[in-house]
Design a protein around this ligand. Structure first.
Ligand code: SF4
Length: 472
């Protein structure tokens, strides 16, 4: 038996890809190890969204390269094969091969399915570099080895048709391509049989799911997100199909684009009990001029309209005393040309909307994206100062939102042992906030992993909540 160690950078899509890589490699007898010293094969599944992830990857690659050379010199077995996949490989294949000659395998985001074949070639002493510019016409169904037991990621659409001027995703991941609903349903049914209770439907732009499968889809019009009239397929329809799968108790989706958050989607989430009232919809800036230069194709007013619709449709549900649907966002500060006033508009909107959580980042110019070459790049110190200020506001806003949860009763899906206290369990609310609790409260059956329990929130911390069981 051989062993593979995979280091994953970046988003949930990359983590889901890693689970598929493990499934594919299992078919050629590579088992997963979390100990790099035992590995015969080390893979890096890379991300190029931000410079920090890139730096981390190159530094790790250097360390593993030295380890490989050392093993070679000492005649230590197992000898080591080194592979690089994901967005950095797709984007920089020649450069990687030239500058890191100890890398044996380079593969892209569009040909993960060929990984076993590439590893076999490398085992026979050949260096392999295989990148496909486009996804296969028929998306292959890939084997998978999950790293979780209760909640599973399910890729439903790959690529993105938008062209945000700071983003490298369209050039490394290509245009949107949806999986067929019947394939997704088979996967979800298998997950239910294996005991999973929650699925998160994933895509770089998951809210565009299905449009490219619809008969009146126009490839030309679809740039910048066009929605076909009366499409036969959509994320809302997919959620309905998944909702019918017995055993699955919760459905989430990630990551959406405001342009595609349709009334159909909002109504579906509001109507279906298994659909969690959780919308992660990146806004990126609170200023219309900046949004236009980012090519985000919506305005602040449109975004606010969307928030209002979501909150009006989902004020609270059943026994749960949750104020409204949870809405979270991503923001970039220090976009080229962003003035102090425009930045303060972002601060203002974060307070005004009252997000339940925000990922924030200083603008990081990505090679081959339009905005990377624009004038008026903001100096690093200024970007970092803006980021620090925005983060302090986000902490304040999220703190207030979390305080609203104090003394409310939340439905929590128990995911496992708490990271903070091994005697406690931990799970997530429908709004995706972590709750830690003692599973053995008097008067109730002990809560167990994989079940839904009602928890009264007793304490609010910055990133998590404490609670006690009030119902199984
Ligand atoms: S919507 Fe914009 S930021 Fe998101 S993946 Fe597509 S191009 Fe990138």
């Amino acid at each position: 038996m051989k062993q593979v160690y995979i280091e994953t950078f970046g988003c949930q899509m990359n983590k889901a890809d890693t689970e598929h890589m493990l499934g594919l490699l299992d078919e050629i007898d590579y088992k997963h190890t979390e100990n790099i010293e035992e590995a015969n094969l080390v893979l890096f599944n890379t991300c190029t969204i931000r410079e920090t992830a890139n730096h981390k990857f190159y530094s790790q690659l250097g360390i593993v390269g030295k380890m490989k050379k050392q093993r070679c010199r000492d005649g230590v077995t197992p000898s080591l094969l080194l592979g690089v996949g994901g967005c950095a490989a797709q984007d920089k294949k020649e450069w990687l091969i030239k500058n890191f000659p100890y890398v044996d395998i380079v593969f892209g985001t569009n040909n993960i399915q060929n990984l076993p074949e590439l590893v076999k070639k490398a085992e026979s002493g050949k260096k392999v570099c295989e990148i496909e510019e486009e996804l296969p016409y028929e998306l292959p169904e890939l084997p998978v080895i999950r790293q979780t037991k209760v909640s599973a990621w399910v890729n439903v659409i790959l690529g993105c048709n938008f062209n945000c001027t700071y983003c490298i995703v369209p050039s490394v991941r290509g245009r949107e391509k949806s999986r067929k609903p019947e394939d997704i349903l088979k996967e979800v049914e298998r997950l239910a049989e294996e005991g999973f209770k929650e699925v998160t439907l994933l895509g770089q732009n998951v809210t565009a799911y299905g449009y490219d499968l619809s008969s009146n889809y126009s490839k030309e019009k679809a740039t910048f997100g066009h929605i076909p009239d009366d499409p036969e397929y959509s994320l809302a329809k997919l959620i309905r199909y998944v909702h019918d799968v017995d055993g699955i108790e919760r459905i989430r989706f990630l990551t959406g684009h405001p342009f595609h958050v349709t009334d159909e989607l909002i109504d579906t989430v509001a109507e279906l009990p298994k659909a969690c009232e959780y919308f992660h919809i990146p806004m990126q800036s609170g200023d219309n001029t900046v949004l236009k230069r980012m090519a985000r194709v919506y305005t602040v007013e449109k975004y606010k309209e969307m928030v209002e619709k979501i909150r009006n449709k989902m004020p609270s549900r059943g026994v749960l005393q949750y104020a409204h649907a949870a809405i979270t966002s991503d923001f970039i500060v220090g976009f080229p040309g962003e003035t102090e006033e425009q930045f303060l508009n972002t601060v203002k909107i974060v307070k005004e909307i009252g997000f339940d959580g925000c990922n924030t980042a200083a603008y990081s110019p990505r090679p081959d994206t339009p905005s990377a070459t624009w004038d008026k790049q903001i100096p690093e110190e200024e970007k970092n100062a803006r980021l620090r200020y925005l983060n302090s506001v986000v902490n304040e806003v999220v703190g207030i939102k979390n305080k609203d949860l104090l003394d409310t009763i939340q439905e929590v899906l128990v995911e496992g042992t708490s990271k903070r206290n091994e005697n406690n369990l931990s799970g997530r609310t429908r709004g995706n906030t972590i709750v830690n609790f003692d599973p053995t409260m008097a008067g109730f059956k002990p809560a167990i992993v994989g079940t839904l329990v009602n928890i009264k929130i007793t304490k609010v911390k910055r990133w998590a909540l404490d609670g006690e069981v009030v119902g199984n």
